[in-house]
Design a protein around this ligand. Structure first.
Ligand code: PNS
Length: 170
């Protein structure tokens, strides 16, 4: 039977750390379903469609990667999509408590669903979508932090230049 793993998240935007986890997971599972959280209560920079389009573009050559939006309970979405595995990335010990709580809550809600924790390459252990946005807004360099599709989209959204001029120019 096909082993489908769900990789859920906000992906606002996807970073090289997320991409690293997805590539590692593809070595283990037959298919990765990337579940993009659609939550009107959570303020995001990119719309759900923009976040999904960026991920689809990055993995355009992979038939074993699918991207879908979801709302409501993750375990319900997993069940509907015949997936019993949820993947979450752990960058550092600081991620652990929240992830542990979520994994056990998901298990309580549906004992058939198992959470797998995966570590990205250590060079991404400081990386987060929020920091990427902050660095971009303040004119910092995003090299090695996000795929080029994401950097292009950020430039497009902010009409080519970040809101603050490059720090180098000051
Ligand atoms: O990238 P994020 O923001 O850390 O991802 C968090 C996410 C989407 C995995 C989490 O918020 C989630 O699963 N939301 C769905 C709601 C849900 O199922 N809640 C109960 C289980 S804790």
């Amino acid at each position: 039977m096909e082993k489908i793993a769900i990789y859920p998240g906000s992906f606002d935007p996807i970073t090289n750390g997320h991409v690293d986890i997805i590539k590692r997971a593809l070595e283990i599972f037959d298919k990765i379903l990337i579940a993009v959280l659609e939550n009107p209560q959570k303020k995001s920079l990119f719309t759900t469609k923009e976040r999904m389009d960026m991920i689809k573009e990055i993995f355009a050559d992979r038939e074993d990667v699918e991207v879908k939006a979801f709302h409501g309970l993750l375990v319900e979405f997993a069940k509907k999509n015949n997936a019993k595995i949820v993947i979450r990335g752990l960058r550092a010990i600081s991620d652990f408590e929240y992830e542990f709580q979520m994994a056990l809550m998901n298990r309580k809600l549906n004992p058939d669903i198992e959470t797998f924790f995966m570590m990205p390459n250590v060079k991404y252990s400081f990386l987060s979508s929020n920091l990427v946005k902050e660095v971009f807004m303040l004119g910092g360099c995003l090299k090695d932090l996000v795929p080029e599709q994401v950097e292009n989209k950020l430039r497009e959204k902010f009409k080519k230049d970040p809101p603050v001029k490059s720090l180098k120019e000051n």
